[in-house]
Design a protein around this ligand. Structure first.
Ligand code: FE
Length: 206
């Protein structure tokens, strides 16, 4: 093969490659905007509503560790990532707040890595007298096959445990994650030192 033929084969491959990229790009963009642009979503049991569906259950996954420490903040000195504060309430399906509901959170760090030997980024807490909770943590990183998510178990006192996951709006990987569920999207806003978010849980009454 002389140089001219090799050059023309190379040029053809480049043109085909370019054409594939330019036709594929707009489709990807449209998908991520349509299914993830959810900043205006309303929280369940807000605005005077008196009934709601249970928080959808999702797989626990392989990285749950029992007996996490009781703490509302999972932040530790030197922890990398964007600070995230999630607030909300735990309700029953008739939108009555649940006092003393258990919330057990676990997640990957900003690099998408779980602490499977200790309790970094793992902790449980209980809702207050108004059914309110606040979690301080960092935005989790992605890992192979998964979009950004925070695992959680929610339970009214003596009630059935709901195991689920929370997701972040506007993350491109949401569309390629088979576990992702749009009804488990946090409502998020930027804050002074990171991100704030809201999510209301609905759990079975005991
Ligand atoms: Fe996970």
């Amino acid at each position: 093969m002389n140089r001219k033929i090799i050059l023309s084969i190379f040029t053809t491959i480049c043109i085909i490659g370019l054409a594939a990229c330019t036709t594929a790009a707009p489709a990807i963009k449209t998908t991520s905007v349509s299914s993830n642009a959810n900043s205006t979503s309303t929280l369940v049991c807000s605005a005077g509503s008196t009934s709601a569906s249970l928080t959808p259950e999702l797989t626990e996954g392989p990285y749950f560790t029992a007996n996490s420490p009781e703490r509302a903040s999972l932040l530790e000195d030197g922890m990398k990532g964007t600070k995230l504060v999630i607030t909300g309430y735990v309700y029953t399906t008739d939108c009555k707040p649940v006092v003393n509901a258990l919330l057990d959170f676990w997640q990957a760090d900003a690099n998408g890595v779980y602490d499977n030997s200790g309790y970094t980024l793992r902790g449980h807490q209980y809702t207050d007298a108004n059914g309110h909770y606040q979690l301080t943590t960092v935005v989790p990183g992605i890992y192979t096959g998964r979009t950004e998510h925070i695992h959680v178990k929610a339970q009214a006192p003596n009630g059935k445990i709901i195991t689920s996951q929370l997701f972040f709006p506007g993350v491109v990987q949401n569309d390629s994650d088979g576990i992702y569920n749009a009804s488990l999207l946090l409502t998020t806003q930027p804050s002074n030192d990171g991100m704030q978010a809201q999510f209301n849980f609905v759990v079975p009454a005991p």
